[in-house]
Ligand binder design. Structure first.
Ligand SMILES: Cc1cc2nc3c(=O)[nH]c(=O)nc-3n(C[C@H](O)[C@H](O)[C@H](O)COP(=O)(O)OP(=O)(O)OC[C@H]3O[C@@H](n4cnc5c(N)ncnc54)[C@H](O)[C@@H]3O)c2cc1C
Length: 496
């Protein structure tokens, strides 16, 4: 052991959005709070520091005004013109729709009813939002965090440090400690100075899911996932999940599905917050696909690119791409895409090719040309009458008939040269499997069917909300809501 135990009322593992909201909330109860972060100070913030949006319930201008500093009424109105409201019913229906009715109802009820309160609470605690613009604007959230998740995380640290939070960087939690009654009493961690014991009256695990652990990816998600590239940080290796399961906590939710989206073929193996801040934006996201056809290297389509709005399909589209030969796909559009301004700005640096004929494009991208030309011809012929409308908030119903897979919306013919094709692969965002928590208190549950005293979870460590798919901006929102609950409940438990 490095030295004597270090004690806090509440100890939080992780330093992303879920951890920081937990810390804010715990500090409101006037307890002492310590935070352990595996990454260095430079790369603190987890995947949360790489994000853009939160998806929350709002009823109109009144709900946006507190979030956006110095916004004129005209600016606020222009946002509302894009999407007038997102009600609790909309939010509930949407999650149930994308998860095939498999989301945990108790957790979802809290997520849906608390999101609006949570963003207002965040605004009272130093956070602010801006109108959603640029590459991020292809999403279906009308506002994004000021400076994205990176800006949000820096504001959290400023506020938290002022309020007395003590942070330990380069410090990895290794195992949970318990007393003879089974109450969690602290964490053993690896620090730059060796093994250190941190004792606490309550521990909150907010250290992400297992997306950065190839062994766990292969074990739970199956073949092919071990070699997948990661959109986010290399630090989320399932440590919190393993520590919790080691003391009998109940795994929960979908351990065989995850969030994975289309990324540039050259997406790096990982991204850390410091390099992301330099690159700016989600530069590797390739989300024009709803307006394209996607083909594999055999020249064949394999998914309904327009099944739903982009924000409700992108998180499962990575899996569809991973199962194609070589794990590669191509997004194909014609000259109309440029004229209609369909490309997000991050396509300026996308990997792809341009050609005046389909045959030449196929040659450039190494796609089976004969199949490709036939696929495009059949697709064009299958497009049904109706108006193409690339509205990111609603479906246009412009579909195909008589081809498989069907394209349900946003069908735009591919006939006007030059043709463009973008090479994409699957990029893994985070995993959906997590731990069972009490929906009202975020307290972790034991496999024996009772709560574990002194142990709470938040963020992607909570299992049960997302199954197979997800709606964009939900992870940060649910993480903040459950972080706030976990922080308050852990502090109250510490005070008794
Ligand atoms: C590129 C990208 C873009 C995204 N965009 C969005 C978006 O716009 N909106 C949205 O809602 N979601 C988005 N997501 C998903 C979002 O990042 C997650 O839902 C959210 O960040 C989860 O928050 P968290 O606090 O649970 O985890 P994280 O923010 O990942 O934090 C986990 C923390 O735990 C630390 N940690 C891990 N193991 C240990 C250990 N043993 N000891 C100590 N610390 C440890 C990590 O270093 C990290 O700081 C995006 C993800 C990526 C990768």
């Amino acid at each position: 052991m490095a030295s004597e135990a270090i004690h806090y009322d509440v100890l939080i593992v992780g330093a992303g959005n879920a951890a920081c909201t937990a810390a804010l909330s715990a500090l409101e109860q006037k307890v002492s709070v310590g935070m352990l972060e595996k990454a260095s100070k430079k790369d603190r913030g987890g995947n949360s520091a790489l994000t853009g949006h939160m998806r929350f319930v709002f009823h109109g201008v009144e709900d946006l005004r507190p979030l956006i500093r110095n916004a004129t009424e005209a600016e606020l109105q222009s946002l509302i013109d894009r999407l007038p409201r997102r009600t609790e019913e909309d939010s509930w229906d949407e999650v149930m729709r994308v998860t095939n009715n498999q989301s945990d109802e108790d957790l979802l009820q809290v997520h849906v009813t608390e999101s609006r309160n949570t963003v207002h609470w965040l605004a009272e605690n130093g956070q602010d939002w801006v109108p959603s613009i640029g590459a991020q604007a292809l999403g279906d959230n009308i506002v994004m965090m000021n400076g994205g998740g990176y800006g949000m995380q820096q504001r959290y640290y400023q506020v938290l440090e002022k309020r007395g939070l003590k942070m330990y960087y380069d410090t990895s939690a290794l195992e949970l400690m318990q007393d003879s009654q089974g109450r969690v009493t602290g964490v053993v961690a690896l620090t730059p100075n060796g093994i250190q014991t941190f004792t606490a009256k309550a521990v909150i695990l907010a250290c992400g899911s297992f997306e950065s652990n190839p062994e766990m990816r292969a074990r739970y998600l199956g073949p092919g996932w071990d070699m997948v590239r990661i959109r986010g940080v290399p630090f989320n290796t399932g440590d919190g999940l393993k520590m919790a399961m080691d003391i009998g906590a109940m795994p929960y939710g979908s351990w065989t599905t995850c969030h994975a989206s289309p990324q540039d073929i050259n997406v790096p193996a990982y991204t850390v917050p410091s390099s992301h801040a330099l690159a700016g934006g989600d530069s590797m996201d390739r989300y024009v696909y709803p307006y394209s056809i996607m083909v594999n290297s055999n020249g064949e389509r394999f998914a309904d690119e327009g099944e739903d709005t982009r924000g409700r399909t992108y998180a499962k589209m990575g899996r569809a791409i991973l199962t194609q030969p070589g794990g590669v796909a191509f997004q194909i559009l014609d000259a109309k895409a440029r004229k209609l301004n369909l490309y997000p700005s991050n396509y300026a640096k996308a990997t792809g090719a341009k050609a005046n004929t389909l045959e030449k494009l196929a040659e450039e991208l190494d796609i089976n040309a004969a199949n490709f030309v036939r696929t495009v011809r059949d697709f064009n012929a299958a497009i049904q009458p109706g108006e193409f409308n690339p509205d990111r908030y609603k479906l246009d119903g412009k579909c195909t008939a008589g081809i498989t897979p069907r394209k349900s919306n946003y069908s735009l013919s591919i006939e006007e040269p030059p043709f463009e094709g973008w090479a994409v692969r699957c990029g893994m965002t985070f995993t959906f499997g997590g731990m069972k928590v009490d929906a009202k208190t975020a307290q972790m549950q034991h496999v024996a069917g009772r709560p574990i005293a002194g142990l709470y979870a938040a963020g992607e460590m909570v299992g049960g909300l997302w199954v197979g798919n997800y709606a964009s901006g939900s992870g940060m929102m649910a993480g903040a809501t459950y972080g706030r609950i976990a922080g308050r409940e852990a502090a109250l438990a510490a005070l008794t």
